[in-house]
Design a protein around this ligand. Structure first.
Ligand SMILES: *Cc1c(COP(=O)(O)O)cnc(C)c1O
Length: 393
């Protein structure tokens, strides 16, 4: 029998007068055009749409527009990871002979890119204390092209002097890029504070369910946007449709999750401050935080969903605490819908020399909690029990 139609040929999508309520997932890598003229028009930018997924696809654009709305950005770009967004900025904007200055407590892989990768490309880098604009000013060079900051540092939750550093960048014509992963637009919108570029690891709080690895980058200047796009497409930093689809679904509850996690963080910080065995608690809006005044002036009462605390005792006590809290995930990430606990000395900061760790206050007793949306009383009782077990005797 002769087949009248091959099942491997392009499927025609059925017409529907009703539109789907849920964003469709479009995994297609390629898009078929109606004629060479039509394809030409697309490449010229005179006809809309997609040609090849590495260069753009609907699920990335739908997600990007929603993050744009949160950040007050225009035409941001979703990338395949937070590090892909950092890469697009650090490889896409400075050139050989330029200098990049960064905060000295950035995300570990960002620091590695600054220390190990950019110098290989002929881009010099330095790091300085971002809580001190004078220290940042002293580290600038005539060829400094870009400053990279995070608003609130991991894990000690130090608050950068964004206003002071933004003024410095303006005065010297230097680009200011802010990695806003930790603080999120719910805490602060870098474009409202004179930043030129905003970066996110969407993997964390924005997507919020630890099931998609993605990033985002937006620039104020259309020329920079074009450079970032070309860098991302050429270096292959662009995202998968399925991850974008998952992240968009996660993002829909971001504001509710964030507010609940932040309320939990505040409650846990206050409870831990009164818990025997706890040496210190760091939470940006608490009066005992070293950057309390700046935190309040920048963030208002939005202290964020992260708490850092230190218990008495060394590694043995740290192991005991984790073992005594079996229902709290001990996992080196942040921003999940459930509370996670991390131990910087054995994870994010294990690569640092012990003296450097000590200078940053990162002892074996330091933990960082990324709060989820559970019941606050449950969390407080779990942490109190674990700390009692770890520090008894
Ligand atoms: C996790 C993180 C990154 C890297 O993001 P990935 O999605 O893991 O690549 C960058 N910056 C900060 C502040 C982060 O927390």
């Amino acid at each position: 029998m002769k087949a009248s139609k091959s099942i491997v040929r392009r499927t025609r999508w059925p017409d529907s007068a009703g539109a789907p309520l849920v964003t469709p997932l479009q995994p297609s890598v390629v898009y078929a055009s109606s004629s060479p003229d039509a394809l030409d028009a697309q490449y010229d930018g005179t006809a809309p749409g997609y040609t090849y997924a590495r260069e753009g696809h609907p699920n990335a654009d739908v997600l990007a527009r929603k993050i744009d709305a949160l950040e007050g950005a225009e035409a941001g770009l979703v990338t395949g990871s937070g590090m892909a967004a950092v890469t697009a900025v650090l490889y896409g904007l400075p050139g050989q002979g330029d200098h990049v200055l960064a905060g000295n407590q950035l995300y570990g892989r960002s620091m590695r890119m600054l220390r190990e990768e950019l110098p290989r490309m002929g881009i010099a880098t330095d790091m300085a204390d971002p809580t001190d604009a004078a220290a940042m000013a002293a580290a600038l060079r005539p060829e400094t092209r870009l400053i990279l900051l995070e608003v609130v540092s991991n894990p000690t939750l130090r608050v950068s002097d964004i206003a002071g550093i933004a003024a410095l960048a303006r005065e010297r014509g230097i680009l200011l890029a802010v990695d806003n992963t930790f603080t999120t637009p719910r805490g602060l919108r870098p474009f409202d504070h004179d930043a030129d570029i905003v970066i996110h690891s969407v993997t964390k709080l924005l997507a919020g369910h630890s099931d998609a690895t993605l990033g985002y980058v937006a620039a104020r200047d259309p020329e920079h946007r074009k450079r970032l796009y070309e860098t991302a497409v050429t270096l292959g930093l662009t995202p998968s449709p399925f991850d974008c689809w998952l992240a968009e679904r996660g993002l829909q509850s971001f504001e509710l999750r964030y507010d609940r996690a932040e309320a939990n963080a505040r409650a846990l910080a206050d409870a831990l401050a009164d818990t025997p065995g706890v040496r210190r608690v760091l939470y940006p809006t608490r009066p005992d935080h070293p950057d309390h005044d700046r935190a309040v002036s920048l963030l208002g009462d939005r202290g964020g969903p992260m708490v850092c605390f230190e218990i008495d005792g060394g590694r043995a006590a740290a192991n005991a605490l984790v073992e005594a809290a079996p229902d709290i995930a001990f996992a080196p990430t942040l921003g999940d819908i459930g509370t996670t606990l991390s131990h910087p000395a054995s994870s994010s900061h294990r690569g640092l020399a012990p003296e450097t760790r000590a200078a940053l206050g990162m002892t074996e007793g330091v933990f960082r909690v990324s709060l989820g949306i559970e019941d606050a009383d449950l969390l407080i009782s779990e942490f109190r029990a674990a700390i009692a077990a770890a520090t008894a005797g």
